[in-house]
Design a protein around this ligand. Structure first.
Ligand code: C2E
Ligand code: MG
Ligand code: MG
Ligand code: MG
Length: 290
């Protein structure tokens, strides 16, 4: 009996694995053939100035539309793109799209920063410096306003290559942000050897502020050290007024989170943040001169 059960279990597992890998191959093929189409979209989430609450930046976040028109999360899609290597080609497309959108906003005189995420293979195993350089030249966007977000774990995965690539990117004039800071195992002192301009404190530390004593201590010391290293600090995942007030009180410069706005499609973002002359007279255009 045990033998039979084992055999059944074996069959069940292989069938299941078969289904999963067929699904995965289908998904991969969909992802591949839709590169360069509308099915790859960027959603936009505002970043706001901690004092004025005016929009001062935007993070572009990938959304992918499946065969049924359902919007899929980057948390499901990016790992498949990474694993298959499709991230290189898809990433090139997204970098071009991002620079094109940035140029468009710059032509309309909006001066906010535009952040785009770059994953491990994109940074370490592709010609990222050339790709970004080409997108800047092709679109004519001002690279000073372009920020590339890279997690500390990607840097730590291959320190030498990462440093090399980041220096190349910095030479193009783009800014580098460390994303999800605090979740990896690197120290800020160590990261200071890299050309990093912005530090994004991970949502995990923001989540139960200002109740959690440990997180108060951690965020305080992250902010202090980051400032000593001349980095701008952004808090991710700000969802409440209490979080926002505590973070402002310890000197965080920028907020991003549902409290201020969730990621949304381009049209919605523009409608909500870029065309409200009655609410924000002249405000949106003056960030660079503040
Ligand atoms: P991330 O770069 O850390 O982006 C922030 C994530 O937190 C986003 O999830 C955003 O929707 C979510 N978020 C923002 N504010 C709040 C909040 O107040 N509360 C909570 N609970 N969540 C909040 P999203 O859009 O699902 O993206 C997940 C991750 O996927 C990103 O994390 C980034 O690492 C990656 N990703 C997204 N777009 C791209 C892309 O174009 N290229 C690459 N390589 N990676 C991307
Ligand atoms: Mg990010
Ligand atoms: Mg992040
Ligand atoms: Mg995060």
């Amino acid at each position: 009996r045990a033998k039979e059960e084992n055999r059944n279990r074996f069959c069940f597992f292989t069938q299941q694995m078969g289904l999963d890998s067929i699904k995965r191959i289908q998904l991969e093929s969909e992802l591949r053939k839709s590169i360069g189409t509308q099915r790859y979209q960027l959603y936009y989430q505002p970043k706001v100035n901690a004092i004025t609450h005016d929009i001062c930046g935007v993070e572009a976040l990938l959304r992918w539309e499946d065969e049924d028109g359902q919007i899929q999360s980057p948390l499901d899609i990016i790992p498949i793109l990474e694993h298959s290597g499709l991230i290189i080609e898809a990433g090139e497309y997204l970098i071009q799209q991002a620079c094109r959108q940035l140029k468009k906003w710059q032509q309309e005189n909006y001066q906010f920063h535009f952040a785009l995420n770059i994953s491990a293979r994109q940074l370490l195993n592709s010609n990222i410096v050339e790709t970004v350089s080409k997108a800047i030249v092709d679109t004519g966007c001002d690279p000073q306003c372009l920020e590339l977000e890279i997690t500390e774990s990607v840097i730590m995965a291959d320190v030498k290559t990462a440093l090399n690539k980041l220096m190349g990117l910095e030479a193009l004039g783009v800014k580098i942000a460390i994303d999800d800071f605090g979740t990896g195992y690197s120290s800020l002192a160590y990261l200071s050897r890299f050309p990093v301009h912005i530090l994004k404190v991970d949502r995990e530390f923001v989540k139960d502020l200002p109740k959690n004593k440990d997180n108060i201590t951690i965020t305080r010391s992250i902010v202090e050290l980051a400032h000593n290293l001349n980095m701008v600090v952004v808090a991710e995942g700000v969802e409440t007024e209490a979080q926002e007030q505590f973070l402002a009180s310890i000197g965080v410069e920028e907020f991003q989170g549902f409290y201020f706005g969730a990621p949304m499609p381009l049209e919605e973002f523009e409608q909500q943040y870029l065309t409200a002359p009655d609410i924000y007279p002249n405000d949106l255009k003056v960030h660079d001169s503040e």
